[in-house]
Write a protein that binds this ligand. Sequence first.
Ligand SMILES: *Cc1c(COP(=O)(O)O)cnc(C)c1O
Length: 375
Amino acid sequence: MEKIQFNDLGAQYTTLKKDIDAAIANVIAGSHFISGPQVEELESELCAFTGRKYCVTCGNGTDALRMPLMAWGIQPGDAVFVPAFTFYASSEVVSLCGATPIFVDSCLDTFNMDPEDLKKKIELVKSERKLTPRAVIAVDLFGQPAQFPEINRIAEENNLFLLEDGAQGFGGGIGNARACSFGDASATSFFPAKALGCYGDGGAVFTDDAELYARLKSIRVHGKGSMKYENVRVGLNSRLDTLQAGILLPKLHAFPAEDKHRNRAAQRYSAALKDKFHTPVVRDGYHSSFGYFTLRADSEEERTRVMDALKAAGVPSIIYYPCPLHLQKVYAPLGYKEGDLPVAEKLAKTVFSLPMHGYITDETIDYICGVLQKL
Ligand SMILES: *Cc1c(COP(=O)(O)O)cnc(C)c1O
């Protein structure tokens, strides 16, 4: 068998080569490298896919999270509620605005933000009267949307903005609603390893709010006003290259088939491994795009043993994420300690992710499951 890849971007390119090569050649022939026509074409296709009214593509997923916070005027003295078990960018953008991230615990089965703990953390901040609660960032971890029906209600009751971090969520859904359509705004990332990735950095913000849309477009290009050399606010330089937009179009067209393939692969993994590990739980009525297939071991020792055995058998596995955000060095000044967010801490010690992508073969999955079943 060939070397097993964690995420086989080569297999995707082999399949889509004709269309991707043509898209790249087209952009170069047009020589409109920044804000070329493919960028708007992609934005309108992303709106159709997600069901959002407006899409603003940008330089990366981190900027896509940061731009709505900037547009809402999140500033020092503000509290923004973020899950502790996620990638650092989800809270880094809060710190970049000078605001304070308030970390929320996760659900043990779905890995996503626990709405009950969110309520508790909001009450705590309100009773302390030191920070102004302003926004919630809920993350669609590993492909499954966060519990937006509940979280949306809590955000509304407390008059908080709700931002969906859909960097891993693209393609997921709840009922008929698609990921990147939840909350006041949504952000996604086109980093190459994401379910919908480009060949460099890229991202997008989504909203249904026309006024926010106008502000996001201004922030994307140096806070421009009605023309390029009129500047009305402090913004960023964060555009999606035309080349990346050109590459994303055929990849977006291939996405539904890849999503089906990943879901079938997840089912095959789960059927073989459910008696041995805690396999991913997708809530009733939810759809995961399974950008990652993440298992939970019973202990840190078991995880080490399993990952060592996988490595010896030539199977790559990765820990997303080994340290919850409240215990990261950068947040030492906030004064969190071990035990503050027990579920997030437990997840960081026990999760590991297996190879998963839109072109993984049954043969590969069966080989990996064989290695795990023998342990
Ligand atoms: C990847 C990721 C981001 C950041 O996206 P970039 O494009 O790398 O800046 C933010 N949040 C989550 C949950 C991510 O997985």
